[in-house]
Ligand binder design. Structure first.
Ligand code: CDP
Length: 806
């Protein structure tokens, strides 16, 4: 080796593998407006579909007259439930085991429900014709309050289920009841409460919110009558699931359905399920023999496609006087709207909500969730959350804060005392989850030191005294949250979607010149998968990340996978990628041994090559081995260098984090300024620190939106009053605070590269952190819990209730 020969470290740096802040390769096309989104797809003879919506929250549909609409120039057809019945598609199955009307069949159950579908030569003609569809309604009593759903005399939402005593998850208690689901040990939890020294009980509401992807849901359906084949381009987070479910519903053989998800402008769970617009576009293409595009507008997105949260959590904590938690109970009413279209793994009607014991060592815990129907839009998706984990984290983090204040302890100190300790991992929670790894105390300690927590509390104390003396009208709040996520659905023994096990996949093909392609069952919606999967391959195979193409979203070419949501891409397909690489590497090692005329065991791996042990001058690089794989394989070995892996993870991964936020509140206006927000995340091995930071910035911004202003509201008549961005808070760069990010690294012991998911974490930890900060500001005045969202009005009201405006 001479001085000019690059060192191993220099060669490794050139690969831009794991740990490198590699620039996002997809941004080259995105920032130039050269992305290829569904709306960019224009096919010859393409028609446009538009939906007619119900103005009522609950009404019988007496008559639909489509004559005037059909007569409008440019209109090709108008589809109603009666048309869909002829192809047996008036109702469709949901992911949660319920059925859902595609178009109103006899009655409408929520405002803006889809009633008819107009197909026209142009988008404008379709929109004009929508106005001409005449529907006669007979209004019915409305219920939008989940706490009243199971009372005597509550309006019956689902007449189709009137006589059904069993639901998808057991007995139904009431005609508006969907499911009951419980976890933990009730007797043990009750016993802990019976002997508790201190208890608290609080109703904690996580309001209905809506993911707001920049790009709304849309599709282009093109049915080829000659071949009997359907091609469907769409904003699909889970293209293979759409193909399988589409085949089961339509009876078109699965190999004759081609689902393609091109570039997607944000998903956040909103693009997991199937919507009436998709079904109508498919039927319209079959009926007309022409391609049909359906594009959702913003009002449709906010008021009809899948919402998130809407959990009413009656939580209790038992503790000793000196601040040790001893028991947890939680009874939850989950508002699923008019149809149970919740996107969870099938066996988990309340998702992974039983992660509600959070990061704390609760010896006993129990939770029960009842799902109910109301006159609201269906959904219940994992919006930047792994299946109801956000609700659970919010609930436990608020409850821990309330308990700390009740005990007269500092919220951080109370958490520190109850956090699961490093030596307890792998830790089995009272709900039976096995947390894979963690070092919680180190993370919280680092967070507290980074913000100088002690000094902040001293400042707050001084401010409180000044407030009491009337010298200031500002209150200072310090929010602490410590969250544990459960991501990477999932082990197939625990998770399936309609019977399809929740594994995922990667298929890697290395070409003769050492470049390659990796195809996966996941689907990026902006997370940077094209950048990061290539980094895993770069480190595993010693090939530059730049020489690897990453492809997702085409069911004809990608291996079968369950898609991207709930931060599952890295835990599952990231693992599949590493495992596929290892198969390739094993073959490359045999080729190297043959070429170097040594035994396999006499070789060792060095960044991008196999070298002979004790003789580093004799080596074969991966690029040389790729060439050899097509020209010079050992006798009897198949040529080529490729591998596929379907990865069924042995466990979930459990990322965690410690967040601290400081707010200043003007009690006379309710105006809240976020002075500081510090977020420490631990997602195990970090593939791309820059992308992680971007994920955290995005998730925190969404958390800020949710905590500080978002809520999908309905009035008593069932009118949705937040169906546009005029009424629904979407933070822009103007309102969004500055984020300080930090990390610790505790690898997952069961993941091939030790990585955990990260995308959801900032939303899971961010929302309670903001809420705790607002609540903390008022706690010294005797306030226990102010419900979200913490918009200025609600905060002003909290001050008013405490008599601060007298
Ligand atoms: O499933 P989804 O892509 O939404 O979530 P994720 O697996 O948490 O990954 C989000 C992005 O962060 C991807 O580009 C990952 O490769 C990246 N990431 C990372 O760089 N290191 C990790 N330990 C986890 C995720």
């Amino acid at each position: 080796m001479n001085d000019m020969t690059p060192t191993s470290a220099e060669r490794a740096a050139k690969l831009e593998g794991m740990g490198c802040k590699r620039k996002r390769v997809e941004d080259i096309r995105f920032v130039q407006g050269k992305g290829n989104y569904v709306d960019d797809i224009k096919l010859p003879g393409m028609l446009y579909g538009d939906l007619v919506h119900s103005p009522h929250g609950h009404a019988r549909v007496k008559k639909i007259d489509t004559a005037k609409a059909a007569a409008l120039p440019g209109v090709v057809a108008v589809i109603t439930a009666e048309t869909l019945k002829t192809v047996n598609l008036a109702w469709m199955p949901t992911l949660a085991g319920d059925t859902q009307m595609v178009l109103a069949d006899g009655k409408v159950l929520f405002q803006n429900q889809e009633v008819a579908f107009v197909i026209a030569e142009s988008r404008e003609a379709a929109a004009d014709a929508v106005e001409l569809v005449e529907v006669e309604y007979e209004p019915l009593p409305v219920n939008v309050d989940p706490l009243k759903a199971m009372t005597d005399g509550a309006p019956m939402i689902r007449e189709d289920l009137k006589d059904k005593t069993d639901g998808a998850h057991g007995k139904r208690k009431h005609y508006n009841h969907i499911f009951s689901w419980q976890a933990g040990d009730k007797a043990a939890a009750d016993a802990a409460f019976a002997k508790a020294e201190v208890t608290l009980r609080e109703m904690i509401i996580y309001p209905r919110v809506h993911p707001c992807p920049l790009e709304t849901c849309q599709c282009v359906a093109s049915f080829d009558k000659i071949k009997g084949e359907l091609t469907l381009w769409g904003t699909f987070q889970a293209p293979h699931v759409i193909r399988t479910v589409g085949s089961l519903i339509s009876k078109i053989p699965e190999h004759k359905i081609h689902v393609i998800a091109p570039d997607i402008g944000g998903g956040f769970g909103n693009k997991v399920g199937a919507y009436p617009g998709y079904i109508c576009a498919i039927v319209a293409s079959i009926v007309t023999g022409r391609p049909v595009k359906w594009t959702e507008d913003r009002i449709e997105n906010l008021s009809t496609t899948a919402f998130a949260r809407d959990f009413y959590m009656d939580v209790e904590i038992a503790a000793t006087k000196d601040g040790r938690v001893t028991g947890l109970r939680c009874y939850t009413i989950a508002d699923h709207g008019a149809f149970d279209a919740c996107a969870n793994a099938t066996k988990w009607p309340a998702g992974l909500f039983s992660i509600i014991s959070g990061s704390y060592d609760f010896p006993a815990a129990y939770c029960l969730v009842d799902g109910v129907y109301t006159n609201k839009a269906p959904g219940g998706v994992a919006y930047r959350c792994s299946f109801r984990v956000t609700e659970a984290a919010y609930c436990i983090e608020r409850a821990m804060d309330i308990m700390a204040h009740k005990l007269g302890m500092d919220p951080a100190e109370f958490r520190m005392k109850n956090l699961i300790r490093r030596e307890q991992f792998p830790y089995t929670s009272a709900f039976g989850w096995q947390y894979d790894s963690g070092d919680y105390q180190t993370a919280l300690k680092k967070a507290m030191e980074s913000v100088d927590y002690k000094k902040l509390r001293e400042e707050q104390e001084a401010k409180r005294e000044a407030f009491k003396r009337g010298e200031t009208r500002d209150l200072m709040g310090i929010g602490v949250s410590f969250f544990t996520e459960i991501v990477g659905a999932g082990p197939s023994r625990a998770c399936d979607i309609l019977g399809i096990a929740m594994f995922d996949s990667a298929e890697i093909r290395i070409h003769p010149t050492g470049s390659g392609i990796c195809r996966l069952g996941t689907k990026s919606q902006g997370q940077g998968h094209e950048t990061t999967y290539a980094q895993i391959i770069a480190t595993e195979l010693g090939l530059p990340a730049d020489s690897i193409t990453v492809e997702e979203g085409n069911t004809d070419t990608a291996p079968y996978g369950l898609g991207t949501y709930g931060s599952r891409s890295t835990p599952v397909s990231g693992a599949a990628t590493a495992m596929a690489c290892r198969k390739i590497k094993a073959k490359a090692q045999m080729i190297a041994a043959y070429m170097l005329e040594v035994h396999d065991d006499d070789l060792e791996w060095d960044v991008d090559r196999f070298r002979v042990k004790g003789n580093p001058e004799r080596f074969k690089t991966m690029i040389e081995l790729a060439w050899a794989a097509y020209h010079q394989v050992p006798p009897g070995m198949e040529p080529g260098l490729e591998a596929i892996n379907y990865y069924d993870p042995p466990n979930f991964t459990y990322p965690f984090g410690a967040y601290i936020c400081v707010v200043d509140i003007d009690v006379d206006t309710g105006q809240t300024k976020v002075r500081r927000f510090y977020a420490l995340d631990d997602c195990g091995t970090r593939i791309n620190p820059m992308i992680i930071e971007g994920q955290i910035h995005g998730g925190l911004t969404e958390a800020f939106g949710i905590a500080m202003g978002q809520e999908i509201r309905y009035d008593a008549d069932g009118n949705v009053t937040t169906a546009s961005f005029l009424d629904y808070f979407l933070p822009t760069a103007v309102e969004t605070p500055h984020w300080e990010t930090d990390w610790t690294t505790t690898p997952s012991p069961h993941h091939p590269i030790g990585a955990k998911g990260v995308g959801e974490s900032p939303n899971v930890g961010g929302v309670p952190c903001f809420s705790n900060a607002i609540n903390d500001a008022f706690a010294f005045l005797g306030s226990t819990h102010i419900q979200m969202p913490h918009d200025h009005w609600r905060t002003w009201m909290a001050a008013e209730k405490l008599g601060l405006h007298a």
